[in-house]
Design a protein around this ligand. Structure first.
Ligand code: NOJ
Length: 530
């Protein structure tokens, strides 16, 4: 019998494949070059065919779009550029009819500076929402209250001239941080969660989940040392007092209680954007958010030994809970580029890895066809991070529109309409790959179908298997073995007898294996043992 993870009964996401949609770039139905909610509804059959269990929508709530939705001006309504509340209701219903849940994106760390709460708070020190944000007097020299640095560069403090107090912003200065020591803020977010759960939303991805509570005394961060993660070194400081504070865990438990009071439970997945695996595990004790993104894994270099270590360390620490595996999202380079260097063969190997690990997998839109990062000329950049840190291009290269078809408009927007971000290479597209049973798209489809139909792959234990240096090999449950050759040279893997269920080279599907398996460079197989 295939083992299951204890304590996960009723957790409908265990073993499933979920899919992130960046709504501005999925499907445009009103001809303005920007995707919208109706477009997502129109594309649900593609997702149902793929075998996706739920979609996560990057923010669709009201926003002036300084950070493309991650600056919220109203948590209870839909941004007009993406549609209406009625469109969202329709999407939720149409998705449910296909067995697909809809997760939204909750942004609790900060609001937009245009949110009426902040407009009021900035307008008067006596405003009821003043204490919902983090305000502090200047340091004795008139400068910022402490040395904290914003994730998007520069001081994390902005002076409000009128009141001569600084407000905190760990991202853009138009994204003021909320004060999570304030019980009213906590209660308001409970209301926001319930509002959307009651509307039929299946869960939330929670933005910057690891960072919401800050040190109450606003102490200075200590300087970074050589052994600290890269981002700390770039910032010049260790984020000891503005990130991963112990009190954050209480907030996660509080949100979990709200989600678990629903039947079926609503899913909460944290954007726990830490750099080291060891910083992730304090969040994954099974009492906090149901799932937490494993960013250090996504940032692991694509070598068999580094991946084996990252997976084994995650497995050892997370045996009693459900790990999350993801290779791409709207903030980081797409895995076919980052891991596979735009090599389609290696990208197939990476896809096979993602879809055969224990836990819940998140694909990012376009992963299913192997979309790569797109070069964006400097004068076309719209991401504030890319604009500020050029020549680092920021996040626009991974946010370009979905490539549905090799036609003018890419099947994303009507012919002749300029998309909000340029298209990538349209020879990589859904329509053409649909027609080719050996395509990346069919590999994605077939691996998902195999995963959801195979108890070993849904929930069976993961165990590393000895293999040549460039080969990452592991078993899932008792009956399946996955062997992935990341190197250029052929290698032979001792497997025992079995048959290939799916190979990255589809010509191998069904091949009977007597004992050893010869794996050409940049190829992989899922083997059923006999
Ligand atoms: C993480 C989000 O994924 C990113 O896109 C955003 O810019 C920051 N949080 C700030 O909300």
């Amino acid at each position: 019998m295939t083992e299951t993870t204890p304590g996960t009964d009723g957790q409908w996401w265990v073993g499933e494949v979920l899919y992130q949609i960046y709504p501005r770039s999925y499907q445009d139905t009103d001809g303005d070059g920007v995707g919208d909610l109706r477009g997502i509804t129109d594309r649900l059959d593609h997702l149902a065919w793929l075998g996706i269990r739920a979609i996560w929508l990057s923010p669709v709530t009201v926003s002036p779009n300084a950070d493309f939705g991650y600056d919220v001006a109203d948590y209870y309504d839909v941004d007009p550029s993406l549609g209406t509340l009625a469109d969202l209701d329709e999407l939720i219903a149409a998705a449910a009819a296909r067995g697909i849940g809809v997760l939204m994106d909750l942004v609790p760390n900060h609001t937009s500076d245009r949110h009426p709460w902040f407009v009021g708070a900035r307008g008067s020190v006596d405003d009821p929402h003043r204490a919902w944000y983090v305000w502090a007097d200047p340091a004795p020299d008139g400068g910022p209250p402490n040395n904290w640095v914003s994730t998007f560069g520069g001081s994390a403090w902005e002076l409000d001239e009128a009141s001569r107090q600084y407000f905190l912003h760990n991202f853009l200065d138009s994204q003021p941080d909320l004060d999570w020591w304030n019980e009213e803020v906590r209660a308001e977010f409970d209301r926001i969660l319930r509002f959307w759960f009651d509307r039929g939303v299946s869960g939330f991805r929670i933005d910057v989940a690891h960072m919401v509570v800050k040190d109450r005394e606003l102490r200075d961060n200590p300087p970074a040392v050589d052994s600290d993660p890269l981002m700390d070194q770039i910032r010049g400081q260790r984020q000891e007092f503005n990130s991963c504070r112990p009190e954050t865990h209480d907030v996660h438990r509080r949100w979990r209680a709200v989600a678990d009071s629903y039947d079926p439970p609503r899913l909460l997945v944290g954007e726990t954007f830490v750099e080291r695996l060891e910083d992730l595990f304090p969040f994954t004790d099974g009492t906090q958010l149901h799932l937490d993104f494993n960013i250090p894994f996504a940032h692991t270099s694509f070598s068999a030994s580094a991946l084996r270590d990252a997976i084994a360390t995650t497995e050892a620490a997370m045996a009693p809970v459900v790990p999350v595996w993801t290779g791409s999202n709207h903030d980081i380079s797409r895995f076919p580029s980052r891991w596979a260097g735009d090599d389609p063969g290696l990208a197939r190997v990476a896809l096979m890895m993602l879809l055969t690990l224990r836990g819940t997998v998140f694909l990012y839109q376009g992963d299913e066809i192997g979309m790569t990062d797109v070069d964006i000329p400097r004068d076309e950049l719209v991401d504030p991070v890319g604009i500020r840190f050029h020549p680092y291009a920021g996040r626009d290269p991974v946010r370009t529109p979905m490539q549905w078809e090799d036609v003018d408009g890419a099947g994303f927007t009507p012919a002749g309409v300029p998309p909000w971000l340029r298209f990538g290479d349209l020879t990589c597209n859904v329509v053409d790959q649909h027609a080719d049973p050996t395509s990346f798209l069919h590999l994605t489809h077939d691996l998902i179908a195999l995963r959801v139909a195979t108890p070993d792959l849904r929930t069976g234990l993961w165990r590393a298997v000895d293999a040549p240096a460039d080969v990452l090999a592991y078993t899932r449950g008792d009956g399946h073995l996955v062997a992935l050759n990341l190197g250029d040279a052929s290698a032979t893997v001792g497997t025992g007898p079995g048959s290939v269920v799916i190979g990255t080279d589809r010509a191998r599907d069904g091949e009977v294996v007597a004992d050893g398996l010869a794996l050409p460079g940049r190829s992989g197989v899922v083997l059923r043992r006999s």
